[in-house]
Design a protein around this ligand. Structure first.
Ligand SMILES: C[S@@+](CC[C@H](N)C(=O)[O-])C[C@H]1O[C@@H](n2cnc3c(N)ncnc32)[C@H](O)[C@@H]1O
Length: 420
């Protein structure tokens, strides 16, 4: 605790970084225990706060599929690091050096890149929160180095589930989970790198205590109940309109909750008679019942697919790769015999047009078309078209291509009509 009075807590910017939420997260963490896991550690902001606030854990683990090299650079070189001021030349130099894992460049990354992200995805930091001086960044790195060394923090870069299974976390550990938020495409990492329904199923059955944060989402409320903490935050948006959307940060935990009994649902094939006409005869409550059944089946199937890949396909492929190494026929030729190649695998993950239409249905309400907004005179048309183009750009930048395509069609039609 003496340390908390003496120094500021280290922190590093990162897209989705939890420097400001860490205090609330840690309120739900027991003060002592065996191992503290920061499962998707990003730039380690939750761990820095946990160590800084004096939590007494025997072991510490920071895990992240992406940022392991950053933590190793802090641990192995952080004490000697001196940051330089932000310049475009230094940015370009470090971006090149980082490709070869240069520790100085890795340590400069949060200082130089937009939102503390990565050279590859986030670009040079302009005024994107970059008010820190080189001196203050240096201090943060030195202190973080001291924390990692003193606590002998283990650094791993495993997928979240592989990490938990390798470490065999138990009832005296704590697992803090801050994985990529649903639908938030922040550049440095993708929301697609986790399967939320798999995570939910895993956490529901977990025998270790966990604390989990995400935005308020019905999916998580249905799975974990009411959050133990809620706070409305303004998004740091890269929206071309500079609209700052509000979201609700939430925290859930299984601590103090009895484990729910797992209900096994039987999943039947889709009945033959389901056509659009079938649904015109259903009442509203019957429609909702039907939608609920579909959600259950979709989640079940998605988890089933995830299990097939994680527990069967991936280990079997790894073993085959090992056995066919430098042999003839090799790995690819052997797989080709059963018709498996990269294209086959890729097409399993193509989002069907139906999936895009379903997603579109949820987005339509927030995004009126140019035409729907009639009634203004032609002086406004140009402004409306510009607004529409902004929404289109946002859809492209957030990978919502079906929606972007629809907006583009509306845009072209509206341009023809208005002849602006
Ligand atoms: C919201 S950020 C974590 C921010 C962190 N708590 C902080 O304050 O700096 C989510 C992190 O999850 C990591 N991640 C994404 N998919 C993962 C996976 N399958 N397993 C482990 N980590 C993952 C990303 O690299 C990213 O750093």
């Amino acid at each position: 605790m003496a340390r908390a009075e003496k120094f500021e807590c280290p922190s590093f910017p990162w897209p989705g970084g939890k420097d400001s939420l860490a205090g609330h997260i840690l309120e739900h963490v027991p003060p002592k225990g065996c191992t503290f896991f920061d499962l998707c550690a990003g730039r380690g902001n939750i761990t820095w706060h946990a160590i800084h606030s004096g939590l007494e854990y025997e072991q510490w683990v920071v895990n992240d599929i992406l940022t392991g090299p950053f933590f190793r650079a802090i641990r192995d070189f952080g004490n000697k690091f001196q940051a330089t001021e932000k310049t475009l030349d230094e940015y370009k130099r470090c971006a090149e050096l980082a490709k070869d894992g240069d520790p100085y460049a890795l340590l400069m990354e949060p200082h130089l890149c937009f939102n503390g992200g990565t050279f590859g995805a986030n670009g040079m930091r302009g005024d994107g929160g970059g008010r820190r001086t080189a001196e203050s960044h240096t201090k943060n790195v030195h202190l973080a180095c001291q924390y990692l060394r003193e606590k002998k923090v283990r650094i791993t870069n495993l997928d979240w589930r592989d990490c938990l299974e390798a470490e065999r976390s138990g009832p005296n550990d704590i697992v803090v989970i801050d994985w990529p938020y649903l639908d938030c495409n922040v550049g440095a990492y993708s929301p697609e790198s986790i399967c939320p329904t798999e995570g939910i199923e895993y956490l529901q059955k977990a025998s270790f205590p966990w604390v989990f944060c995400e935005y308020y989402q019905p999916l998580f409320v249905a799975a974990f109940g009411a959050p133990v903490f809620k706070q409305v935050v303004q998004l740091r948006s890269c929206d071309v309109n500079k609209v700052r959307e509000a979201r609700t940060e939430c925290i859930w935990t299984n601590i103090g909750k009895t484990r729910p009994t797992v209900t096994v649902t039987l999943h039947e094939p889709v009945p033959e008679d389901r056509t659009q006409i079938y649904y015109t005869h259903l009442s509203e409550s019957e429609l909702l019942e039907e939608i609920k059944k579909c959600i259950g089946s979709v989640n079940f199937s998605r988890n089933q697919m995830q299990r097939e890949m994680r527990e069967r396909l991936l280990p079997a492929l790894l073993e085959l790769k090992k056995r066919t190494y430098r042999k003839t026929p090799g790995f690819y030729e052997t797989l080709a015999k059963i018709g498996l190649n990269a294209d086959t695998v890729r097409q399993w993950f193509y989002r069907s047009n139906t999936a895009d239409e379903v997603i579109d249905l949820f987005e339509e309400e927030n995004q009126p078309s140019v035409k729907q907004r009639g009634g203004r005179d032609s002086v406004d048309t140009e402004a409306l078209l510009l607004e529409h183009a902004d929404r289109m750009a946002k859809a492209v930048l957030t990978d919502k291509f079906a929606n972007a395509k629809k907006l583009a069609t509306q845009y072209v039609e509206a341009r023809k009509e208005s002849r602006v």
